[in-house]
Design a binder for this molecule. Structure first.
Ligand SMILES: [Zn+2]
Ligand SMILES: [Zn+2]
Length: 302
């Protein structure tokens, strides 16, 4: 199982349709967890194309604009067609619950699985043994949230051979050592340092902004992130239009990446006003070098 996050861009356009780009959606895989950030119109087809399962899935909605949500009811319907009984968790802004259940009602859909909805106003939205997720508000003119996904720090690499040599039963005992807690086996105390190889692994931090203008909250939350995925709806020349529509230019995104000292920046959510994306990339790189353009199907490993 890989210790890296894989981040696959399923849709990288802004709201109006484009031939080569689908609407917003990003699939994130880490160990046995699968997250989907936003579910634009063609998300299901893109999931099939990129072999992303419909069963084991947690959905994060940045906001309820249609270019981020039109694929959701279709996805929920398909889960019913596939007879999936596993529950699904959907995290989103206030109103997400009404938004989903009104659509279920309108479509006469009564799934056999549970839909757990968590509405966020910012803060911790999910935590498990491998990572946690926090949301933070961004100024998109509607309730809109960026998400920060952070893996837990590992104290060192677990040496399986050594654990077997010392007859430590697999399961809870292994977990305790991984978390830095000493254990007792047949009367002997075993310290984590005896089983964990040094070189602790530092947490991995990914920030996905959703739709946002240049925003102080994004800078604060992106501080030292390994990966920042930032709204880049407009080219550098459209600063005023970006401000008016609560979006960013590609150079706004680069500025955020630079000030927040992130490692890598991916630009996404492109409108057709970028008549030369390579030029937009060049402009952004003048501010922040480690920057790439997202395209549908791009996977980044962090
Ligand atoms: Zn959008
Ligand atoms: Zn929007």
């Amino acid at each position: 199982m890989s210790d890296k996050f894989s981040v696959t861009f399923l849709g990288t356009s802004s709201a109006p349709p484009q031939v080569e780009r689908r609407q917003s959606s990003i699939a994130i895989k880490y160990k046995n967890h699968n997250l989907l950030v936003d579910v634009g119109e063609a998300t299901q087809v893109q999931m099939l194309k990129h072999k992303i399962g419909f069963s084991n899935l947690t959905i994060l909605l940045t906001h309820l604009h249609s270019d981020h949500t039109l694929g959701l009811i279709g996805l929920l319907t398909t889960r019913s067609f596939y007879d999936i009984s596993r529950s699904i968790t959907i995290i989103g802004p206030p109103w997400t619950s009404s938004f989903i259940f009104l659509q279920l009602l309108a479509h006469r859909l009564n799934p056999d699985y549970e839909i757990k909805v968590i509405e966020t106003n910012g803060g911790l939205v999910l935590s498990n043994s491998d990572f946690y997720i926090e949301s933070f508000p961004v100024s998109h003119g509607v309730n809109c949230f960026g998400y920060k996904i952070v893996s837990h720090q590992s104290l060192g690499v677990f040496n399986v051979e050594r654990a077997i040599e010392k007859n430590i039963p697999k399961g809870t005992m292994w977990k305790k050592l991984q978390n830095g807690t000493p254990i007792e086996v047949n009367g002997d105390i075993i310290n984590p340092s005896e089983i964990l190889d040094v070189s602790p692994i530092k947490p991995i931090k990914i920030v996905i902004t959703g739709d946002t203008p240049l925003d102080e909250h994004v800078i604060n939350h992106s501080s030292n992130a390994d990966l920042l995925v930032h709204d880049s709806t407009y080219p550098h020349s459209e600063k005023l239009r970006a401000k008016k529509h609560f979006h960013s230019t590609c150079t706004d995104a680069a500025f955020v990446a630079k000030i927040a000292n992130v490692n890598k920046l991916v630009l996404t959510h492109f409108s057709e006003l970028h008549n030369n994306l390579n030029e937009s990339l060049k402009k952004s790189k003048e501010i922040f070098t480690n920057c790439i353009l997202a395209y549908d199907g791009l996977t980044v490993h962090v």
